[in-house]
Design a protein around this ligand. Structure first.
Ligand code: SF4
Length: 321
């Protein structure tokens, strides 16, 4: 029977603040899974700590609420143990780019075939709105006593130079576009990263929904409001790498476009490169039966509970001469 959107919703009480951008991201994930008819028992959503960490509670698939900054090691481990799983990792900008930044960079180097979505609101919402790594230098949100003294991280640029092979940015109030980006991230062969801009109306009183809509961004020529958010597709931008000669140029384009911020903020796919081997492909080259017999599919005991693990074979597979 075909899965419907309602099949991916739980009845767990949701205590996110009214107007939080998290709701749009949650809807987009559920819509993408329903559109793709991904079997629920083959889907696992991992989260870190923060407001967004509650996301797996609201999606009716397998879900693991992990530790602060550690969502990527959990998610990568599950995907490597069971390559048949559809794995999504979610978390906040503070979680993923602060304490989790080392894991973020290491994940890029591996290129495990899964999706990582950052709910980016530039503050640590769960702990009363401290400045996160994506808050711009000099900004003073209502919960800061002084303007932010640190420079900000560009998540797309960091992901690009770390080796992520699919880079996109969405906006939580454009659920339709975000759903499409998530579907493309799931379909992508390799590690997909989606940076989602989302208002935190409780603690970030600068990057609000009205600010993203451009209510204060008036075109002097026409006196009309100019929305800050625009789509890369609408300007004919193409970040897809089709052969190796294009890699350097497409990377440079992604860096340039992802740095655009202020009166114009692009969304869409900045870069996609499926020429890079995934971690699973690299492992398969060393362990030929990895895909047919991944760790999660191996028999570890017979009917009487006696181990059937061949220790000698395991050791020989992992021996480094
Ligand atoms: Fe959303 Fe901010 Fe409330 Fe957290 S504190 S639920 S991010 S509005």
């Amino acid at each position: 029977m075909a899965l419907k959107l309602a099949d991916f919703k739980t009845d767990v009480h949701n205590d996110w603040c009214a107007g939080c951008g998290d709701f749009g991201i949650l809807n987009a994930i559920q819509m993408a899974l329903a559109d793709m008819q991904v079997p629920k028992h083959r889907t696992t959503i991992f989260s870190g700590i923060g407001c967004s960490g509650k996301t797996p509670h609201f999606i009716k698939t397998y879900g693991i609420h992990t530790l602060h900054g550690r969502v990527l090691p959990f998610a990568q481990g599950a995907k490597l143990a069971n390559p048949d799983l559809e794995v999504l990792a979610v978390g906040g900008d503070g979680d993923g780019l602060g304490i989790g930044a080392g894991h973020f960079v290491s994940a890029g180097r591996r290129n495990v075939d899964m999706v990582y979505i950052i709910f980016n609101n530039a503050v640590y919402g769960l702990t009363k709105g401290q400045a996160s790594p994506t808050l711009k230098l000099g900004m003073k949100t209502k919960s800061l006593p002084q303007p932010n003294v640190n420079n900000s991280v560009n998540p797309i640029a960091l992901a690009l130079v770390s080796g992520f092979t699919f880079l996109a940015r969405g906006y939580s109030y454009d659920v339709r576009q975000l759903k499409d980006l998530i579907k493309k991230g799931i379909e992508h062969k390799g590690l997909a990263f989606i940076d989602v801009l989302q208002p935190c109306p409780t603690y970030n009183d600068i990057n609000t929904k009205e600010w993203f809509q451009g209510n204060d961004n008036i075109d002097p020529a026409t006196n009309k409001v100019m929305p800050r958010i625009y789509k890369l597709d609408d300007i004919g931008y193409d970040g897809i790498v089709r052969d190796e000669s294009q890699i350097t140029g497409k990377m440079a384009g992604a860096l340039e476009k992802s740095s655009e911020w202020g009166s114009k903020i692009p969304t869409g796919i900045f870069y996609q490169n499926e020429l890079m081997p995934t971690y699973q492909e690299r492992i398969s080259a060393r362990i030929p039966n990895y895909v047919e017999e991944p760790p999660a599919g191996q028999k570890i005991a017979d009917g009487e509970g006696k181990t059937v693990t061949n220790i000698e074979r395991l050791l020989s597979e992992h021996r480094v001469d």
